[in-house]
Design a protein around this ligand. Structure first.
Ligand SMILES: C[S@@+](CC[C@H](N)C(=O)[O-])C[C@H]1O[C@@H](n2cnc3c(N)ncnc32)[C@H](O)[C@@H]1O
Length: 232
């Protein structure tokens, strides 16, 4: 199995509370969205953007407000998250600028190549390295040459000397966001079952091997790191 089905971690209850649970960390989320906007800033006015693991639609809403001519294709395997995304996009009056695919990217309909893609906080759920590389290769296949990908994930080398300190700081970050000790223990259990970490060097290599030029680091906060990569 390359990963447990995402609806195990992103069911109706988690989808309902997803944004509120991390509200105290909104500044980190906003910083990630800011660097995504800067990375996409010079795209054409009619750019088409593929959002993989679109979740409740946060990046789509942000990018859609930034550039009114851009259109989006949201790919999301967890139905409850996609429902929230559809509602958020429709409520923002942007329903005519977004199409939706419930499922994984490899089952999405073929389309004209996209100008850019996002995969924000998604790929660490793909447990096997080869499957994670295939995930990025499928994104590359759907981008035009030189098309841009902004990707962010949880990143740390489990064998690295910083790892224990990074994880402890990450749990403190979640405590700050509102998790109690039972919540931290539950999180550790889900993390052990559903998340696989790679170090930054290994993650960068994996993206390159999937068909991108060497990714540019964009963002780092505790366990989260983001890159801009351009398709070869
Ligand atoms: C932490 S949420 C991030 C959502 C959104 N990108 C954001 O930044 O708010 C991760 C999302 O990725 C989805 N996901 C997990 N594995 C996936 C995969 N292999 N392909 C596409 N989406 C996936 C989950 O269902 C979930 O909605």
């Amino acid at each position: 199995m390359t990963q447990p089905h995402p609806s195990e971690f992103f069911g109706p209850e988690q989808a309902e509370t997803y944004e509120a649970r991390f509200a105290k960390l909104a500044a980190l989320r906003d910083a990630l969205l800011l660097v995504t906007r800067t990375a996409f800033h010079s795209l054409p006015d009619n750019a088409r953007i593929l959002c993989v693991g679109a979740g409740t639609g946060l990046e789509i809403l942000d990018l859609a407000r930034f550039r009114p001519g851009w259109t989006f294709h949201a790919v999301e395997p967890a139905p409850a998250m996609l429902d929230k995304c559809r509602i958020a996009v429709a409520t923002a009056g942007m329903g005519d600028r977004c199409t939706f695919h419930e499922g994984f990217l490899d089952s999405a309909p073929e389309a004209e190549p996209f100008d850019a893609a996002t995969a924000l906080l998604v790929s660490h759920f793909i447990l096997e390295r080869s499957a994670r590389q295939a995930f990025y290769a499928e994104i590359a296949r759907r981008l035009r040459p030189d098309g841009r990908l902004v990707t962010a994930e949880l990143v740390s080398d489990p064998g690295g000397e910083d790892h224990a300190g990074i994880m402890e700081t990450w749990y403190d970050t979640l405590r700050y966001a509102g998790a109690d000790e039972a919540g931290i223990e539950a999180y550790k259990g889900s993390f052990a079952r559903g998340v696989s970490l790679l170090g930054p060097g290994e993650h960068t290599r994996l993206i390159e091997q999937a068909g991108f030029f060497r990714p540019v680091p964009l963002f780092q906060a505790v366990l989260m790191r983001g890159w801009l990569a351009r398709r070869i």
